[in-house]
Design a protein around this ligand. Structure first.
Ligand SMILES: [Zn+2]
Length: 395
């Protein structure tokens, strides 16, 4: 069913039961406790959450749209996305408010861009889409492996990407699933695999290099006590969890250093993250350092600092578990796996093998006819007719 008529149907159902769902935007000064107060929701709704869940609350971005559902003018449910995958759902039950994280229902539409270069890759993609996003993403897909800046008139670009929609509106950034760059009639394919990296059609990974280099924020740590996950279902707790950073377990007082050069944009208490420093780097990247015992002397908001400069010390502020540094990395405001950036650059060529290789080849076969078909014409944002992940009833 097309999205529009689906929404019409849902709104009609709402009307019939005197239900109303209204969308709001999270304002930049609003704290979660302030939000609860605004709606007469007990503060314990927050204080009763476990530590990880409290941390996730800190991920609500200003400008994030959320919905409040009411029945006969009384709040029934509040849904606030905390990431691209999970939303906090507050249900008003007979026994008071219950908070839990649930996967965000969204629709996925496949889209295609296919253009011939006239001036330059970035500029032509911008002219076609009115966005710099695609050019920047392609730079990351192929990194320095291809001379993208030297593409000439007549060279080609084809991008197959997916766009998520929530409540009929664009949600989250487009994701390139497969792409082709043709330079002097020579094709270079890129296919996105489960490890969030791109491989060519024979399974060789493109060596990603970044403009901004990152180092490990604690040099002296015991182990990584928790890795990055967008979303997982906890089998014992029977609920959804996410961990949007890397935890480095280390002794209290160990030095925490700036992972890359940048400007301090936050220094202070940040709810479940405790004492926190946030540094803004170039290219829309930010790093977050949480649970500090204390800050380094002479560091302050607005200050430009070099890579490796001590900014604070490992502690447990904001949490009751052992001392560790929670290290988050954000690209255009969205959490990404820091391991992708901090990992040592190896000169080894990485090639897919076995099952992973078979998966890639399946993808190559799926996209082959689509590449062939798209090559012969210019396509700007053509959409697939069907939806890959449509709203289930009642979601
Ligand atoms: Zn953590």
């Amino acid at each position: 069913m097309p999205i529009k008529s689906l929404f019409l149907l849902i709104s009609m159902l709402f009307l019939a039961e005197n239900l109303a769902a209204k969308e709001y935007q999270w304002s930049n000064k609003l704290t979660f406790l302030g939000f609860l107060k605004q709606h007469n929701i007990p503060q314990k709704t927050y204080y009763n959450m476990d530590q990880d869940d409290k941390e996730l609350i800190q991920e609500i971005r200003s400008g994030q749209s959320y919905t409040i559902e009411k029945k006969n003018n009384k709040i029934t449910t509040i849904k606030i996305p905390v990431s691209d995958e999970l939303m906090l759902q507050l249900n008003n039950t007979k026994n008071g408010y219950v908070a839990k994280y649930l996967p965000i229902p969204y629709e996925i539409i496949e889209k295609t861009i296919s253009i011939q270069i006239k001036n330059s890759l970035k500029k032509d993609l911008y002219n076609a889409t009115k966005s710099w996003y695609y050019g920047k993403e392609l730079e990351e897909v192929y990194s320095n492996a291809l001379p993208l800046q030297k593409m000439k008139k007549g060279d080609k670009v084809i991008i197959f990407y997916t766009q998520r929609y929530r409540n009929g509106k664009v949600f989250s950034s487009p994701q390139i699933e497969a792409c082709l760059i043709e330079i002097n009639k020579k094709p270079f394919y890129g296919f996105l695999m489960e490890d969030e990296k791109y491989y060519d059609s024979l399974g060789t990974k493109y060596k990603r290099t970044y403009h901004t280099k990152f180092i490990r924020p604690v040099q002296n740590f015991k182990r990584i006590s928790s890795g990055f996950t967008h979303r997982r279902f906890h089998p014992i707790l029977k609920r959804y969890k996410a961990h949007l950073g890397i935890d480095y377990a280390a002794r209290t007082g160990r030095a925490i250093v700036a992972s890359s050069a940048g400007k301090i944009v936050h220094k202070g208490w940040k709810g479940g993250y405790g004492r926190t420093v946030i540094i803004q780097h170039s290219n829309g990247l930010k790093t977050l350092y949480a649970h500090m015992r204390g800050y380094a002397k002479n560091i302050h908001r607005g200050q430009n600092i070099p890579q490796g400069k001590v900014i604070g010390y490992v502690g447990t502020s904001g949490r009751s578990t052992g001392p560790h540094l929670h290290f988050g990395l954000y690209k255009n405001g969205k959490p990404v796996n820091p391991a992708r950036y901090v990992a040592k650059q190896s000169s080894k060529i990485i090639k897919l093998k076995g099952k992973k290789y078979n998966k890639l080849r399946k993808m190559v076969l799926k996209y082959r006819p689509q590449f062939k078909e798209s090559k012969s014409r210019t396509i700007i944002k053509e959409e697939s007719k069907e939806c890959l992940n449509c709203l289930k009833k009642g979601a």
